[in-house]
Ligand binder design. Sequence first.
Ligand code: GLU
Length: 375
Amino acid sequence: MSGFVLSEFPRLVIKVGSSLLIDDDGHVHRRWLEGLAEDISILQGNGHEVLIVSSGAIAIGSTVLNINKRRARLEDLQAAAAAGQVQLVYAYQEALRLNGILAAQVLLTPEDTENRRRFLNARGTLEKLLEHSVVPIINENDTVATEEIRYGDNDRLAARVAQMVMADALILLSDVDGLYTADPRSEATAEHIPEIRKITDEVQSIAGETRSDIGSGGMATKVQAARIATHAGCSTVIASGATDRALQALATGGTCTVFRAEGTPAAARKQWLAGVLEVCGELKLDDGAVNALNDGKSLLPVGVVQVVGRFERGDVVALVDAAGNTVGRGLAEYSAEEAGLLAGCRSAEIEARLGYRGRSVMVHRDELVLFGNDR
Ligand code: GLU
């Protein structure tokens, strides 16, 4: 037994592999999807937040456009993804709707998770969707991704999403129920590994090249995904989706491999922020703002007295109190120029000062670290 207790992980990113979702004839496996939607509704009822990263666009699109995937070029696959994505998301929308849940489509590229400005945008949108109990259905934006700069596999995309939204667990559902000491399809002696506390090179190497037929991610990409996610404080589970109610099976102790995260997502984010070398500017704060930060709140424009330096949205800035002490640092939601316009301004005045609607916070509480408390 892996000892994985789903209820301990409130925010979940669930990655669905193509082989689960697509029938042998290349169409969406509706009954399976309906089971997943029912499970999601139960999870939401139990207080979980759920994000889905789903593959399948290329598989569905190849069927619809009659493209032979093995001989197809990148542009054929991109066309297939575009034609298939709309059907994929429609299928999710319908299945979720039967359970009274709204779906939203989110298409991402590696830039969106790695460039800090775009990261803040994507993250802000996902947070809002979760606030509205909408289930984001996320996939790679295959239309604009090119060979060199694409994830190519949704296991790693899912890990980046988990890192971005500070998910508590990443669940990789595919046609295998976990990691084995050898490939169970060819080696009768292969043993299932229920739990991994540290991803060593040995773990990475036993993941080898196990591949499933339809999706592009094998066991190796799953272990890479687990490495990214666990570093971000997000435990990662490889579980089989081969049954109709895969999440229910997992919630009731079904077979899986769990990669344990070392700390929490918040601790990992703060550790990362504390370690960033390049600090591009300073926000001088009044006492009220410092108190609010110490109470776990975000930094609002009203608490900013002065803006120093040149920085863009997404850059790291130092947070300085009235006595000149650096109390922490965080990711700026605004560039230095806009932050200057907004310093001391109440939320209701933001639009008038900027000339567009803008965002309510200067530094979000999840994107800042306070030195007194945190290190
Ligand atoms: N983005 C691809 C699709 O939806 C899938 C990539 C993968 O299977 O990992 O078809």
